[in-house]
Structure formats: C-alpha cells, structure tokens
Design a protein around this ligand. Structure first.
Ligand SMILES: *[C@@H]1O[C@H](CO)[C@@H](O)[C@H](O)[C@H]1NC(C)=O
Ligand SMILES: *[C@@H]1O[C@H](CO)[C@@H](O)[C@H](O)[C@H]1NC(C)=O
Length: 389
C-alpha cells in the first residue's frame, strides 16, 4: 500500500505530444494533495463575497476532505453567511513552474448562481509575470472560458489552430476596447467543458501545454481521454513577436471558488438566477451551494524527457538535458545537483530507502521535508515516493 505519495516518476510511453515525451515531475493527489498548497486567507482580489478560510478551519469544518483517494473542496452550504462572505477555499501551489504539461483530472467542479470557480496559474508581481486561466466561469455559464492576462504587448493572431471561439485577442489587462482586465479569452465549444454538463459526464482532464511555442489548453471529458495529446487544442495562445514568452514566469497553480464580485456579481442579472442581488442570494441560501464543490483525482505536472527508470540503455545515451540532470539526481544528488530554475520541483531522498528525509528544489533553494509516519523515502528518477519499508 502506498500511503504517502509525494511525487512519482512513471514511464509514460503513451503520453506524448507530437514533439516530445514527458516525465512526471510533480503529482498532487490523495492524502498529500493539500501539503503542496498554501491556503490564501486575504480578502479576495476580485472583490467577491467570500471568506477564504485557512487550512485548519477548512479541514475542521469539512470544507477540505480526502475520501478514498479523491480530494474534495467544498464551500459552506449549511450556514447563512456573515458579512465577511460565504466560507470557501483558495489554495496556491508552493511550487512554481516555467513550463510543462499540466494535467488536471477533475470529477466535479463548482456550479450555480453566484459562483465563480477557477483553476489557473499566475506569476508574481501581477500582471508582469502573466496569468493563465485554464478553467473559469460564472453563474450558470454554458462552457469554459480560457484566458491569458498580461502586461502590455501580448496579442493573439486572428487565425490560430484552435477549436474554441476567440472572444478577445489582446491579453493586456488594460487593452483599449476591452473590459477592464478582460485579457485574451477563448470560449470552449464543448458542452461538457463546464458546470452541470461537465459534472454529469463524470468530469475529465484539463490539459495545458506550456512550452517555448506558446500555451495550449485541451478539455477531454472522461469518456474521451486519449492516450496521447495530438488533436487541435481548444485554445491556443502562440508566443512570438505577438507575445513574448518572457511574459510568463514562475507560475503557481491556484484553485479557488469565490462568489459574486467583479465578474459573477457584475453579470448576475444576465443569467436566469434568483433575485436581483447576487450577494443577497449567496448570503441567505446556503443549501444552494451544495453543488459548489471540487472533486479532484489529481493534478500532475510533466516535463519533457524520458524517465531515468527506463530499462533501455540506448535510450539513456540519447536523452535530453533534462534527463541528464535527473540521472545526476539519482546517482549522487547532494554532491553534484545544483538547485536552479531548470530543476525547480525536483525531489530527492537524503538516503533512499533508509531515511524519511527528502529535499525539494524550490525557487533556487533546496527545502527539506519528511515522509509520513512509518514510511521512508525512495528516489524514483528525479522524483520520490514515500512508502512503507
Ligand atoms: C507549503 O507552504 C506552506 C505555507 O507556506 C507550508 O506550511 C507547507 O509546509 C509547504 N508544503 C511543503 C510540502 O513544503
Ligand atoms: C452540502 O453539500 C454536500 C455535497 O454536495 C452535500 O452532501 C450536503 O448534503 C450539503 N449539505 C446541505 C445542508 O445542503
């Protein structure tokens, strides 16, 4: 039994894009899911009617749960909200990323009048390091809206390879002729990409590929998850002279559910929702938020390269730089592996198979951690597994 999974490197022969094979870098799932995240408890930057609670409050009030390996994040659906807003959760990954293939496997997403759920990534010093909204919507919106938000100087070409519908093409938050902070948005045309339809389809996987060519987002409903990613993306945001890749730096993963506020509240009357006041509805109808929850199987982040655990030696000799680094990590990490942007997120065990201690490369510095009670750390590629000895 594997009780404390921190991160696992696996052979992913099947998971490949046209350009490259990918190796698992970080996995967020199960009982350790929340360990990789920090709970945001400030006031909502988007002015929502929400009271973001800390980790211990969320856990003690049942807003965060892990059942049978599935992660749940609820909003309070039992009490009339105080003037602070309805209790909810907003979490940010400790680890930050500068590229990668991100697979967000969800069973259920929050939905309903007054809600504004989002699954996104964002860099420091907003908007200078960019924002990528992978899953976002408000009230009873029909399908997902995928958006980039940037500083001035990032626009999307009129013609690009995507199945979604372009809403706006200037990613700059203050672009003339667009709503404030509208960014460059693309609407998903798949009915199961949001809300009740997504939930009734049993969820699926949001995939985001971020590399030097740009950012692509796909939605695969559960019955149509492919073994590799080859089809045209739902949204495609190419980099180049139109939009420098340097506008996207050190992104952390964010999951949140707010209510009303700058978007859901401002357009509340445009949906067939009860009453005329979003805030009034959210405050006094707790049971209306029983469907406003996330159910998450896993978030996985992959980087290009074949795993070092491959049995083929010929493969090892033709590996990429990333693989070479991870090979070093496996053999003697302490003496040779430097923690820098290129290996951000790499884990290694202090004494593989013997001690509980591990280290993770976090923004240029090794940060130590320990496996759960009764387990020891095992090095696996550039990643680790905490397991019973
Ligand atoms: C993530 O950050 C939070 C708060 O900064 C910290 O309490 C937690 O231990 C961190 N998690 C890991 C795995 O380092
Ligand atoms: C709150 O939501 C959960 C999950 O949907 C549900 O099981 C529960 O019955 C709800 N509670 C109330 C009081 O509506």
């Amino acid at each position: 039994m594997r009780a404390f999974v921190i991160a696992v490197a696996v052979l992913l022969g099947a998971l490949a894009t046209a350009e490259a094979q990918y190796t698992l870098q970080t996995e967020y799932s199960g009982n350790t899911f929340f360990n990789g995240f920090t709970f945001f408890t400030g006031s909502d930057p988007t002015h929502g009617f929400v009271d973001y609670v800390d980790a211990s409050t969320a856990s003690s009030q049942g807003l965060t749960q892990v059942r049978n390996g599935v992660v749940y994040i609820f909003a309070d659906n039992t009490t009339v909200a105080s003037s602070a807003g309805r209790r909810s959760v907003r979490i940010t990954s400790n680890q930050s990323y500068n590229s990668g293939l991100f697979l967000f496997d969800v069973n259920h997403v929050p939905f309903g009048c007054g809600t504004w759920p989002a699954l996104w990534t964002v860099g420091p010093n907003w908007p200078n390091s960019g924002e990528i909204d992978i899953f976002e919507g408000v009230n009873t919106q029909a399908t997902d809206l995928m958006t980039l938000h940037t500083q001035q100087g990032c626009t999307m070409p009129a013609s690009r390879s995507q199945t979604g519908t372009t809403v706006t093409s200037n990613c700059w938050i203050n672009a003339p002729g667009q709503s404030s902070n509208q960014g460059c948005g693309v609407t998903n045309t798949q009915p199961t990409s949001y809300g009740d339809n997504l939930n009734n389809a049993g969820g699926g996987v949001y995939a985001t590929l971020w590399n030097s060519n740009g950012i692509s987002i796909w939605w695969f409903q559960r019955s149509a998850i492919p073994s590799d990613i080859r089809r045209t993306p739902d949204a495609n945001f190419p980099f180049g002279s139109n939009c420098p890749s340097s506008f996207f730096v050190n992104h952390q993963i964010v999951v949140d559910l707010t209510f009303c506020g700058d978007w859901a509240g401002n357009v509340y009357s445009q949906f067939n929702c009860p009453g005329s006041s979003c805030q009034n509805y959210v405050q006094y109808n707790p049971s209306a938020f029983s469907d406003a929850y996330w159910s998450i199987n896993s978030f996985k982040v992959y980087q290009p390269g074949t795993p070092t655990t491959t049995t083929s030696t010929s493969k090892t000799t033709t590996t990429t730089k990333a693989t070479t680094t991870s090979t070093t990590a496996t053999s003697s990490p302490t003496s040779t592996l430097v923690c820098n942007a290129a290996n951000n997120g790499y884990y290694y065990c202090m004494n593989s198979g013997v001690s509980q201690a591990y280290e993770i490369c976090n923004n240029g510095a090794w940060v130590s951690g320990a496996c759960g009670p009764g387990t020891v750390c095992w090095t696996s590629g550039n990643s680790i597994v905490c397991n019973y000895p």
